[in-house]
Design a protein around this ligand. Structure first.
Ligand SMILES: [Zn+2]
Length: 577
């Protein structure tokens, strides 16, 4: 395949090749054929609908030495020079980047120069971006244009153009292409370019292009570049199903799968947003959705299942995530937080649930780049095993299991569910000793390795969410025989937070190890007395999030930091079931 992009390679050269803009084509060809072309046109419409392409065809035919029935010959010297962008008769200005008075003046100065062609054509793209001075200069020349000059003003936003300018133009509106027209065009291009692709790739390109010929061709090209293997595509319906079923595990598994396939979280979020918009439109204005008819039915039934309110909420939350991603060191976490929220109605209030989730994410970040060794599905922090059926759809059978019932195989299979929504019976204020393996007296001697082992395998998971979150940011670094385990926090301020919970952590460790253990802070104040933290900061004391935000930056933000960023103004409180 040539290196030239499909969009450039298949750019229309004649009016007849323009897709979906028949009304514009008819008006312009008729004007040219009868020699009654206007002196100022305004082409408006969404991006990628052919405005500047049409302007160039118009410039071509107006200077063509052998026009046929209102079309350029595309063979004469003039036509070729316009196509190559070397014509002295055609001047283009992108007002988005050249919008000063000087830019417009220097362009207009050329109006009076003699040139070889019959017409001089000025194409001003994104003309609504012109500054006030430049607009005034343009208006002046539009009021009394020299007879051989034609202006084509192109804009995606005609409302922002001064009325005085607009009223001096013939306004032609460009439309997004109907999906059938665009699908046919994409198929033809793929065929002509010798790209062998599955029809589903055309569908995917159509959905991503949103009715713009340029965007659809770019999407087609990208999809074709990845081999056009439809199994590589992200199944966005899976996310929607996860929202509908409130299945956090499925949503996160879908992210893991997409990332493992090489999709970056930002683009994935954009695609998901566009998909949700299509779903929303399928309910409200089906004629605006750029998909095949049978696909439209599928979208509509997905949309009905989630509901209009659910769709709006999802779009709002993901839109917000896109903004947050600009400042986030790992955009994937922002996407995952949104998905947790969207699949759990209570997550806005359930800080413990999010803490547990964030802790897991945090550990992934700390233990290496999430992209370096990407599991295809979420991993149970306790067993290290993938716990979900990957992207496997829930069977009808499992869907029949009542949502509220506890300990269904499905719920216990999901790390998030398991960590966040235990039944009241096993959600206790203390560590759950029942899950500890009874260590035998002849177990390996107590040393740092053994402490870390029980810590990772059972103790940490059994701690209260807040304590767990605090201690997950640090690590055990030394063991002083016979019984002192040294814990290092990422920074002194964080250490001061941990200090209030040392006894509790030591007790949990002792239960797991079957012997007395003392936990002390390493390289950090052993007691909060040296800091502003109140000495009587008991475990039941609510935490002031603002205090945590002001902690000096550490390499790894704590879960509480992340939570506080995700919910500005939120209060972190202990769960009291
Ligand atoms: Zn020609």
């Amino acid at each position: 395949m040539a290196t030239q992009s499909l969009y450039r390679r298949y750019r229309p050269r004649r009016f007849a090749e323009l897709k979906g803009q028949e009304h514009v084509v008819r008006a312009l060809r008729e004007a040219v054929r009868t020699g009654r072309e206007g002196q100022a046109y305004l082409f408006s419409g969404p991006r990628g609908t052919g405005k500047t392409t049409t302007a160039r065809i118009l410039a071509k035919v107006l200077n063509c030495t052998a026009p046929v029935d209102g079309e350029p010959c595309c063979e004469c010297e003039s036509c070729l020079s316009v196509e190559k962008g070397t014509s002295y008769d055609v001047h283009e200005l992108d007002a988005a980047s050249n919008n000063s008075v000087e830019d417009v003046r220097s362009l207009i100065d050329k109006v009076s120069l003699a040139t070889p062609g019959r017409h001089k054509v000025y194409i001003l793209d994104e003309v609504h971006m012109l500054g006030p001075g430049a607009s005034a200069a343009l208006l002046k020349v539009l009021e009394e244009p020299p007879p051989h000059v034609v202006f084509v003003l192109a804009t995606t936003d005609p409302q922002r153009l001064k009325d005085t300018i607009r009223s001096r133009t013939q306004h032609l509106q460009f439309h997004l292409l109907p999906s059938d027209t665009l699908a046919e065009h994409l198929r033809w291009v793929a065929d002509d370019a010798g790209i062998d692709i599955d029809p589903s790739v055309i569908d995917a390109a159509l959905e991503q292009g949103g009715g713009s010929a340029r965007d659809s061709l770019s999407a087609l090209e990208l999809l074709a570049a990845t081999g056009g293997d439809v199994s590589d595509h992200i199944d966005l319906d899976e996310f929607v199903a996860a929202f509908t079923d409130s299945d956090t595990g499925q949503a996160l598994a879908a992210v893991a799968h997409a990332v493992s396939m090489g999709h970056d979280p930002r683009t994935l979020t954009e695609h998901l947003l566009r998909h949700l918009r299509n779903l929303f439109l399928s309910l409200m204005a089906p004629e605006l959705v750029q998909v095949r008819h049978d696909r439209l039915d599928e979208l509509a039934s997905l949309a009905r299942a989630l509901g209009a309110a659910g769709l709006v909420r999802s779009m709002e939350r993901l839109g917000q995530a896109l903004v947050e991603m600009r400042f986030a060191p790992d955009p994937r976490i922002m996407l995952e937080i949104s998905l947790v929220q969207l699949t759990r109605d209570d997550s806005g209030d359930d800080t413990g649930a999010l803490l547990a989730r964030l802790e897991r994410l945090e550990r992934t970040v700390r233990e290496g780049s999430p992209r370096a060794a990407e599991p295809a599905a979420p991993v149970d922090p306790d067993t290290g095993k993938a716990v979900l059926g990957g992207r496997a759809r829930r069977s009808a059978e499992s869907k029949a299991v009542p949502k509220g019932s506890t300990a269904t195989p499905e719920e216990s299979a999901s790390p998030v569910m398991a960590a966040e929504a235990p039944s009241p019976a096993d959600d206790s204020e203390t560590a759950a000793p029942t899950t500890e393996p009874a260590p035998s007296a002849s177990a390996s001697p107590l040393d740092l390795r053994r402490v870390i082992e029980v810590w990772d395998s059972s103790v940490r998971a059994g701690l209260k969410p807040l304590v767990r979150a605090l201690f997950s940011a640090g690590e055990f670094v030394a063991f002083d025989p016979p019984s002192v385990a040294r814990f290092r926090a990422p920074n002194p301020a964080h250490g001061a937070r941990c200090a209030a919970h040392l006894t509790e952590v030591a007790a949990a460790l002792a239960r797991a190890l079957g012997t007395e253990v003392t936990v002390v802070l390493d390289d950090a104040p052993e007691a909060p007395a040296t800091t502003d933290s109140p000495a009587d900061d008991t475990t039941e004391e609510p935490v002031d999030p603002t205090e945590l935000v002001d902690v000096p930056p550490a390499d790894v933000p704590t879960a509480v930091d992340s939570i506080t960023r995700a919910f500005p103004g939120a209060q972190v409180v202990e769960r009291t079931d």
